[in-house]
Design a protein around this ligand. Structure first.
Ligand code: XMP
Length: 327
């Protein structure tokens, strides 16, 4: 159930292309949310992605402390991501934020699992368990906030798979609050900007729900995952220096090793694969040109700083036939 009468975007909703329209949308939504929610309580899974962040910021404006945000750290987030969620929402916006460190729970369950679909299932189901446990502790929640956006409705009948809260057990009879459900992604970003969220949150590249879990190819080990997180931060920093940044850019560490040489001795190490793509809808994608200087800067920083890595590769495959992610 939702607070909307229309399941299709109302014709009266003009495209939100600038900050004035975004502000008008925010004012209207804050009023509507206050009316819908009254003095009841709302729970929201806050990943730090643009959709859930915008919903959180709107709800904080409308109902303040009656919103409880739950941020689950599954250990597969990018470097600094959880810290930013805490800084922005708890410290700057005064949100009622529960931070759940579930890193060991996720990584223990994933140990030794190499099948990509099994990995996704484990991540999704533990996420629901952890979120449900937090919901259980809060007895008086009436509504569930969700960062559903219009393409989710058009493409998957409103199921926001990557938020992973759609599968909550039946005993939770929450009513849904979905204030950006008629907006396209670019509009959500303008609204986020008007709400004063930081640019690196608002203009964030897409990041899969299972996070670094699908980029630490095969069975995830903690040491390879840490190296992936460090290498990913370096790839992002260097690519973001370019005048034109690709649509998505990241790195992958496959679960094989190759020979390196250090102190005149041969040893085995991991390879980091740089991946960048341009696309409109992620259905097809092309590999953009990256200046060799940038690739070398990435290589030098990774080899000097990332534990266990002795080789850096660049994946220049297009989709099709390669998918964007490696698994
Ligand atoms: P592929 O690898 O299928 O990716 O070409 C297309 C887009 O989807 C993202 N992706 C995911 N997003 N959960 C998500 O929320 C997932 O399991 C998942 N797998 C892929 C990928 O990052 C790319 O933008």
């Amino acid at each position: 159930m939702s607070g909307y009468i229309y399941e299709t975007r109302p014709e009266s909703l003009e495209r939100i292309t600038d900050l004035d329209r975004a502000q008008a949308f925010i004012d209207g939504q804050v009023k509507a949310l206050k009316e819908q929610i009254g003095d009841q309580k709302v729970l929201l899974a806050l990943s730090g992605g643009v959709d859930s962040s915008v919903v959180a910021a709107l709800l904080i404006k409308a109902i303040g402390k009656n919103l409880t945000c739950v941020h689950v750290n599954h250990g597969l987030l990018r470097k600094g991501e959880s810290d930013q969620v805490i800084k922005v929402f708890r410290e700057q916006l005064g949100a009622n934020l529960i931070y759940v460190d579930a890193v060991d729970r996720f990584l223990d369950a994933l140990a030794g699992v190499s099948d990509p679909e099994k990995k996704r299932k484990i991540i999704g189901s533990i996420f629901i368990d952890v979120f449900a446990e937090e919901a259980e502790k809060l007895s008086d929640i009436k509504f569930l906030g969700q960062g559903t956006i219009y393409p989710d409705i058009l493409e998957s009948k409103g199921v926001k798979a990557h938020h992973n809260v759609g599968g909550l057990p039946d005993k939770f009879k929450f009513e849904l609050v979905e204030p950006v459900k008629f907006l396209y992604k670019d509009e959500v970003r303008v609204v986020g900007k008007a709400l004063g969220l930081p640019d690196n949150m608002v203009y964030r590249q897409p990041f899969p729900g299972p996070g670094l879990g699908v980029r630490c190819v095969g069975a995830i080990t903690r040491d390879r995952l840490e190296s992936l997180r460090e290498a990913d931060a370096i790839v992002r920093e260097e690519i973001e220096k370019l005048p034109k940044v690709p649509w998505q850019y990241f790195c992958v560490i496959p679960d094989f090793m190759s020979t390196g040489i250090k102190d005149a001795k041969r040893y085995m190490g991991w390879a980091v694969v740089i991946r960048a793509v341009n696309t409109v809808d992620a259905v097809t994608a092309t590999s953009p040109e990256i200046p060799f200087k940038t690739l070398c800067a990435i290589r030098d920083r990774i080899i000097a700083n990332v534990h266990g890595v002795n080789r850096v590769l660049w994946d220049i495959s297009d989709k099709p036939v390669s998918t964007i992610e490696w698994e």
